[in-house]
Design a binder for this molecule. Structure first.
Ligand code: HEM
Length: 108
């Protein structure tokens, strides 16, 4: 991946009010993000997703570095109706870095 995970850890502060990742991570306002790469959208059994996110997964959305870059740039453009209240990351470097950080908590 192009990004720098250490820089991505700092970017993740924008996510951490709602998301946890790493050992012992639990769902918060948003789902925990361990093993995110390769996860079908909206499929953690113990998190209550929006209908929109469940439909996106049912339609085949799987989280990869590429789909995450699109989603995290403008969540509501990619998944209209998502309840993730986050405008998006404007900087391509921030996107690459946070995705590299999250990929470090995924086996794939
Ligand atoms: C969903 C990442 C910021 C709340 C998601 C998902 C990802 C993600 C990948 C889909 C997970 C899945 O399908 O299991 C991120 C990242 C963020 C961020 C990397 C920062 C750059 C936030 C913030 C909030 C939030 C700030 C709260 C204000 C949620 C919620 C969902 C969600 C509620 C479920 C969406 C739904 O069911 O429609 N997030 N998120 N996220 N996130 Fe975030």
């Amino acid at each position: 991946l192009a990004g720098d995970p250490a820089a991505g850890e700092k970017v993740f502060k924008k996510c951490a009010a709602c998301h946890a990742v790493g050992e012992g991570a639990k769902n918060k306002v948003g789902p925990e993000l361990n093993e995110l790469i390769g996860r079908t959208a909206g499929t953690l059994p113990d998190f209550k997703y929006s209908k929109a996110m469940i439909k996106a997964g049912g339609d085949g959305l799987v989280w990869t570095p590429e789909t995450l870059a699109t989603y995290l740039a403008k969540p509501k453009d990619m998944v209209p109706g998502t309840k993730m209240a986050f405008a998006g990351l404007k900087s391509d470097a921030d996107l690459d870095n946070v995705i590299a950080y999250l990929a470090g908590f995924s086996a794939q």
